[in-house]
Write a protein that binds this ligand. Structure first.
Ligand SMILES: *Cc1c(COP(=O)(O)O)cnc(C)c1O
Length: 405
């Protein structure tokens, strides 16, 4: 057999392994060094008691012949889909039905799997810097073209994000078929405004393009002026799929649960120009290749929509946001140029003297014993920046920032 050659085109993912290697090397040369992890991309608070209790009950269900659950619906249990439709959308004035929602075992899988439903020659546009999954899955599917000498891919439309545009991707001059947007952004913490999203919806309507909107961090948006869902924008239900996750909002990184919204008003064209429902395609795709998220985990996720569950989510988000604010304020006071950290757990920091990302990483590690993530690992436009996160404990965040002061 022959392999999918696209895998050979993919460069090794050096970023996180290189950070881990440099940290280990530093610690072995400086025994007893108290390095504080500010590069954490995972949550640290444990799961809320009401979710744990709901999952315990679900485990017991599995032991009774009358309450046992075998294969569930591929789209997820209706009670969870209804809770999502009501609490996350309709109560906020957004017209999304339980039927438009597909429960998943996490956003990362869906972000990759959505490539199954659009043409293999689609032109994909994505933000630079951005979540590496977007580029890598585009390469694996053969849509990226060839890697150019500068490290960019020939068929990808890069939406450059920089200090000038507040790290928010702007509509390009050229055509794209699929645009992947992430707001609040990982890694920059930038949050797109209503007007900025309106520009994207207009572009997608004009270009007959699809927007894939990754709002894994929507719960961190506290500014009421800023949109949490792309469906807050008029006509977005005609151009956008929204991907969400319980990972960062409720600590589900290990439990695995998320959801994807594919409105029934969303259509693409086949090669004959006929309009085809994307909801129908995604439903077919999921029914064929996915057998539903775990019953136990879905019961846990449903508990997040009780008053107790919603309060626990708010408490988790408050905690991480407070950490991010501490980092942001402290780095600013120390004279760094800082982005993000409001309405986002990520703080995006530029060196004071034009250092490269890796130089800044080294300074933070050697001078302050703080680990960070070099921004250049998220794309060429991330050069000169590092990403710090609010996911460590309050105590460690304060200790780390005291070192900077
Ligand atoms: C963490 C994260 C996700 C969520 O991934 P899961 O698979 O649901 O854990 C999605 N998008 C971005 C940008 C993320 O940072």
């Amino acid at each position: 057999m022959r392999i999918n050659d696209n895998f050979e085109k993919l460069p090794e993912s050096y970023l996180f392994s290189e950070v881990a290697r440099k940290l280990a090397a530093y610690k072995s040369e400086h025994l007893g060094a108290d390095v504080i992890r500010m590069d954490i991309g995972d949550v640290t608070l444990p799961i809320a008691p009401c979710v744990i209790e709901a999952m315990h009950r679900a485990v017991n269900d599995m032991a009774g012949s009358d309450t046992f659950h075998g294969y569930g619906p591929e789209q997820g249990y209706l009670s969870l889909r209804e809770a999502i439709a009501v609490v996350d959308y309709r109560k906020r004035g957004i017209d999304i039905d339980a039927d438009d929602i597909f429960i998943s075992d996490g956003a990362k899988c869906d972000l990759g799997n959505l490539g199954d439903i659009y043409s293999s020659d689609s032109i994909v546009a994505l933000a630079d810097p951005g979540y590496p999954v977007y580029v890598d899955t585009t390469v694996m599917s053969g849509r990226a073209g060839e890697m150019l000498p500068d490290g960019h891919w020939s068929n990808i439309v890069y939406l450059d994000c920089n200090a000038g545009n507040g790290f928010k991707p702007a509509v390009p001059e050229t055509h794209a078929d699929v645009i992947i947007l992430c707001s609040p952004s990982n890694p920059t913490g930038a949050v797109m405004t209503r007007e900025e999203l309106e520009n994207w919806v207009d572009y997608a309507l004009r270009e007959k393009a699809l927007i894939i909107f990754d709002s894994a961090y929507e719960a961190f948006v506290r500014n009421p002026e800023l949109p949490r869902s792309i469906y807050e924008i008029k006509d977005a239900d005609k151009v956008a799929i929204e991907v969400r996750s319980f990972s960062k909002t409720a600590g589900f990184t290990g439990l695995r649960c998320g959801y994807t919204v594919v409105p029934k008003t969303l259509f693409g064209a086949d090669s004959e120009g006929r309009q085809v429902s994307l909801h129908k395609l995604w439903n077919r795709r999921q029914s064929t290749k996915f057998n539903g998220a775990s019953y136990i985990v879905q019961r846990g996720a449903e508990a997040l929509y009780t008053p107790e569950g919603r309060e626990s989510v708010a408490r988790h988000i408050d905690y991480y946001l407070e950490n991010a604010r501490t980092i942001r304020g402290c780095m600013q006071q120390a004279g760094y140029t800082v982005f993000g950290g409001d309405d986002s757990p990520y703080v995006w920091v530029r060196g004071k003297n034009g250092e490269t990302s890796w130089e800044l990483f080294r300074i933070m590690l050697e001078k302050y014993n703080i680990s960070s993530t070099p921004g250049v690992g998220f794309g060429s436009q991330g050069e000169g920046y590092i990403r710090l996160t609010g996911f460590n404990s309050r105590e460690n965040t304060i200790r780390a920032m005291d070192r900077i002061k």
